[in-house]
Design a protein around this ligand. Sequence first.
Ligand SMILES: Cc1ncc(COP(=O)(O)O)c(C=O)c1O
Length: 431
Amino acid sequence: MDWYKEALYVREQTIKNNELFANSLPMIASENILSPLCKEMLISDFHGRYAEGTPGNRYYEGCEFFDKVELKAIELAKKLFRCEYADVRPTAGTTANMAVLKALIKPGETATVLDTADGAHISFGKWGAAGVRGINLVFYPFRDEEMNIDVDGAIKVIKETKPKLALFGQSVFLFPTPLKELAEAAHDVGAYVVYDAAHVLGLIGAGYFQDPLREGADVMTGSTHKTLPGPQGGVILSNHKGDREEDKKFLRRLNFGVFPGVTSSYHLHHVAAKAIAFAEHLAFGKEYAKQTIKNAQKLGQALYERGLDVFGEKLGFTKSHQLLVRIGEGKGKEASQLLYRAGIITNMNMIPGDKDPLNPSGIRLGTQELTRIGMKESEMEVVADFMKRVLIDREDPKKIREEIKEFRKDYQKVHYCFHEGFDGYAYHKLV
Ligand SMILES: Cc1ncc(COP(=O)(O)O)c(C=O)c1O
């Protein structure tokens, strides 16, 4: 066996993947591309090093410079999210959720949560982190027409259930959670409120969507690579100060949930890239988040006008980077595959009422990456045209793929970052 050939095979697939995304319309709502400075951190020597513990208090030597990086990442995260406590160690949004569940709830205890068919992430479902922790889950009712939690119904559930944790936040997240009233009800029965901001973290950091830590959330978790366009990773944020004994205990539990709870090495190169992403978002996030939301609203309107069944029409389609489109019963997969053949990368998605995640009835779209490569409202009209031609007119996807490749030529650079204008999809060849 020629092992070098095997290695080069993998490299070739990686290069092809770069080309695929450079020539398509990447619209998966949980993805994004890195700035050049963030990218540089990922090939630094921090990769593969260990720094168990906290800055200045390590199990390993050699952390002198990493301590400075982690302290800076924490400081920038606190500034960006206007909060008192930040933990930048979780290696993913799911890891952040696992750490919080480990810290704040015991097996057999109850948490209230949205159903996955109504938009909750699997980490709060019985097959995900919540199931691994052995938590009993009770669901909030949902209002399909508003694509949001039924507040009165949910308050009733919280009062009757008296959960240990009230969990909020969604993977399909079109409109802000009415958190104030729900958090008040949860606190009244002694529950902690956890808000999973994985998708909307960048919007919240920029001051859009909603402000969970001031609306009653005790803890906010998030992914650092979706609307916050940093490296893959997670973060835990809180406004508990640690100045009272009870608060100190609370933060110690959170800290212990992350390490030794769910991390050992926590991917130091990603922490360095997170720090840079936070700085870039402090500098450019407002403009970026605003344009991302404007683009999503424009795309929703444009698709609707072209005959697609976009959710949330009466409410302006969305207040985030996402759109949800009803395709037809069990037809989501076929639609996403057809779009993919035309060079439009999306995902099939459950819509309210769906039971089978493998045969859902909708697709989910996100505008965060198209915005990052410089697209604005007028480009959303062009994108809507392409989608209509695939899904309604049933034009040959191959032909549209060629047109999209041509269209994409003008949108290859990363925006809203330092060193703006670098090619966002270039593959840096070493050999
Ligand atoms: C609401 C929500 N929470 C958590 C996650 C998990 O994030 P990660 O992929 O960073 O583990 C996701 C992923 O999309 C999500 O949508």
